[in-house]
Design a protein around this ligand. Structure first.
Ligand code: ADP
Ligand code: ZN
Ligand code: ZN
Length: 747
């Protein structure tokens, strides 16, 4: 046994000063009970603090008289299974986070606030909070802080809320009396699944499904590997997931199924529950903390075989993992925006490697990187090109908004979309209008020829900056004056552009004053359950038109919806981001594949200033293959991923001048570091410091250092070491530093 005389403990405090392992003596009476992964109380400085044992060692460098002893084991069993300790170390190294931040991924939700109590008081925003807040009068700073925290979280225990905000109980009481929040006494042991489920049986699989299942099973029998399941929407992927899961269970193995947070509507979970019954656990952030804790305990105690959940479910404490499935694997929500900034696919790949399991990535529009790997033979590829029911795809009309302008129509609705809306309303059918949220950044485009103004070095759209009336490239830093005429066609009708859902709502009401509108976007879905409620309200037919950001694309399953309109398909195309064509293609494909689900034929109207852009043209024809060929060529030419690796160091602070100096120091230091190392020098593609596209958030200025390198393993591990050194060197009270390897967005 590896049990030594000293316990290596990580203190449970998020502080870079404490980011190491401290040795403690193990008192004789605890010798037999002390195991790695246990939560302990230890003396630290003048107080007693909580920590986690991550090693038991025979020797220590600490002199005997300085060593202190563990005070108490907090639980009778380790919270973290010993086999996860190497994975914790890997997470720390890979994502440059603190050890304790890596540990927090693996412990049961709510354990740090002793969720074990049977009941606890949890605070929620009231369901009618949005209406009441207008007339609530002036709120104190503490009350505002409480509201702000609750807008981020779906309910928080009183204790945690008070700790997080520094507010007192009286602020909570006043908010309750104003009707803005409610306090609920919650049971912590509840079944998060309150829907009836009738048992279902597998269908007879078609040839494409059989082939995919055969491939997954063959790899499962051999050991580990990754399968990319590329299947059009409705091709029966979920049935393949379920059959593969059943096969894993038959081999006495367990399964994790990840789904994007937003699509955790009852559908996918319900289908697994109906097929596999109580041996399925559900984990996602919309459950109460008690529910999550309870599900975690069921998994830990080996009461379940299948875990269905969002991103963080990849850390589920299963002991016999055989299969991980990531549905809609191209979705951005699999990447954490908080430290550690992990991507669930990367954790899954590492877990599968360590535990000898198979990873299945399923998507109708795989990310370029994943498809590239499949083409290169790094992943196995299964393709399902046909819909199970052979349902025909809806007609997709691409409307050229430049011609609308030429005809004198300056409204945001084309003649076609207007007529289609009118027709839909007359028929008492429903419509969905989609506006891409990613389009809020302002770019400059020509309304005559449709060209968006791009950087001459980068093939990336320039971003309009109000300050100085300039256009700036956020990749190479190029700056230019706001042009008076279009560089392409010399028209003077050019302007910066950016459109919100509220504007669409206003315009619709002008055209159809009595229309019943429902809006779904970041503003209207912050409350717990709001997303679900909006979808449900629309489904009952009480509304005529649903307007929303890309969130609505995921709820497009209503039989009475016969029209889907895309207000401006190009908004995402013009973002200063090398993934903008890919994101546009994914969204358009999703929209085009999902309208007209009922018996009535569907129509999709796509408005665009760039009707000839390949991502829009090919999406309307569902041609992924061709899109991949075009896009991978662009990536190769400009050396974007998968042909390079991007490292981003984002810094932010109050003082703009100080921040710019800091960025330049960091750039100089990094250049110097690279120049002294042959591997780093050889692997470097380019490096620079630029203002971030969103230059200021919450009054903090933002800059970033962007490093592009080649993709060899040697280079990447070299740059990981550089990143460690950089974080060690640049520590500041006033400036916040966030480091991201392969960021999904550079905004
Ligand atoms: P995807 O996940 O690719 O969108 P689903 O697995 O949801 O596809 O399948 C679409 C629909 O077809 C579902 O209602 C599913 O129950 C049904 N289905 C899937 N496979 C078969 C099959 N082999 N025979 C009959 N129906 C099937
Ligand atoms: Zn032009
Ligand atoms: Zn540029």
């Amino acid at each position: 046994m590896a049990d030594g005389s000293y316990a290596g403990v990580v203190i449970d405090r998020v502080s870079s000063a404490l980011d190491r392992v401290f040795h403690y003596k193990i008192p004789d009476e605890l010798k037999d009970k002390t195991k790695p992964g246990m939560r302990v109380l230890v003396p630290f400085g003048r107080s007693t603090v909580q920590g986690y044992i991550i090693s038991l060692d025979e020797t220590t460098d600490i002199p005997e008289q300085k060593l202190k002893a563990i005070k108490k084991l907090m639980d009778p069993y380790p919270l973290i299974s010993e086999k996860f300790i190497p994975l914790i170390m890997w997470v720390k190294k890979e994502y440059h986070c603190l050890l304790i931040e890596a540990i927090h991924c693996f412990i049961p939700p709510g354990i740090r606030i002793n969720v074990k109590e049977k009941k606890q008081k949890v605070v929620y925003l009231s369901s009618d909070y949005a209406e009441k807040v207008e007339s609530a009068g002036k709120l104190s700073a503490n009350m505002k802080a409480i509201i702000q925290v609750l807008e981020q979280e779906d309910g928080l225990p009183v204790r945690e809320l008070l700790i997080n905000t520094g507010a007192s109980q009286s602020s909570i009481s006043s908010l309750v009396s104003k009707g803005l929040i409610t306090v609920e006494s919650e049971e912590t042991y509840r079944n998060p699944w309150q829907y009836e489920t009738a048992a279902t049986h597998p269908p007879v699989y078609n040839d494409e499904q059989n082939e995919a299942i055969r491939l997954i099973c063959a790899i499962m029998s051999q050991g580990r590997g990754t399968v990319l399941l590329h299947g059009v929407t409705g091709s029966g992927k979920t049935e393949v997931y379920m059959k593969a899961s059943a096969e894993a269970l038959a081999r006495d193995k367990q399964v994790i199924v990840l789904v994007p947070e937003i699509s955790l509507t009852p559908q996918t979970v319900g289908r697994f529950k109906s097929r596999f019954g109580d041996r399925v656990a559900v984990l996602h952030s919309r459950l109460s903390i008690g529910e999550r804790y309870d599900e975690w305990r069921r998994i830990y105690n080996n009461k379940v075989d299948i875990v269905v959940g969002a991103r963080s479910a990849i850390f589920a404490p299963l002991n016999r993992l055989g299969l991980v499935i990531i549905d809609e694997s191209h979705e951005d929500s699999y990447k954490s925006e908080k430290r550690p900034r992990y991507h669930a696919r990367e954790i899954a790949e590492m877990r599968c490697r360590m535990e000898n399991a198979v990873l299945v990535l399923g998507s109708a529009t795989p990310s370029l990187e994943d498809y590239h790997k499949a083409r290169q033979g790094e992943y196995h590829l299964a393709e399902m090109k046909h819909r199970v029911d052979n349902q025909i795809l809806p007609e997709v009309k691409i409307i050229d908004m430049r011609q609308e302008l030429a005809k004198g129509n300056r409204s945001i609705f084309s003649q076609s979309l207007y007529s289609a809306l009118r027709q839909t309303l007359n028929n008492h059918e429903q419509a969905i209008l989609l506006l891409n949220r990613r389009g809020y950044a302002q770019f400059v485009s020509c309304r005559s020829c449709g060209e968006a103004i791009k950087c001459s070095n980068c093939d990336i759209t320039l971003t309009y900056h109000k300050k100085g009336n300039k256009l700036i490239c956020h990749y190479c830093g190029l700056e230019r004056e706001y042009p008076k005429v279009c560089p392409n066609c010399k028209s003077s009708y050019i302007k910066h552009f950016g459109l919100g859902t509220q504007r669409v709502e206003e315009e619709l009401l002008k055209l159809f004053p009595s229309v019943r509108l429902l809006r779904m976007d970041m503003d209207t879905t912050s409350r717990k359950g709001a997303h679900h409620d909006i979808i449900e309200a629309f489904g009952t037919g009480r509304y005529d038109i649903l307007i929303g950001t890309q969130m609505v694309a995921k709820g497009l399953d209503f039989p009475n919806v016969t029209l889907v309109g895309v207000i401006a398909a190009d908004t995402a195309l013009n973002l200063p981001d090398y993934r903008s064509s890919e994101k546009t293609f994914q969204l358009m494909t999703q929209v085009a594949g999902r309208a007209g689900r009922g018996t009535k034929p569907g129509l999709v109207v796509v408005q665009t200033y760039q009707p000839d852009h390949y991502s829009i043209r090919l999406a309307s024809r569902h041609n992924y293959e061709e899109f991949y060929k075009r896009e991978i060529e662009v990536r190769r030419q400009f050396r974007y991923p998968p042909y390079s690796h991007i490292i981003r160091v984002l810094i932010s602070g109050d003082d703009e001048k100080g921040l710019i100096n800091y960025a330049n120091d960091m750039l100089e230091w990094t250049r110097d570091y690279i120049s002294r190392d042959l591997v780093l020098r050889k692997g470097l593609v380019e490096i620079g410091a630029y203002p971030a596209p969103i230059e200021r958030i919450n009054n903090k200025y933002r800059w970033h250092i962007i490093v592009k390198t080649d993709t060899s393993e040697e280079t990447i591990s070299g740059y990981h070491l550089l990143a460690d050194a950089l974080l060690e060197k640049f520590q500041s009270e006033d400036i916040n530093t966030a480091l991201d390897f392969n960021p999904l967005s550079l905004l």
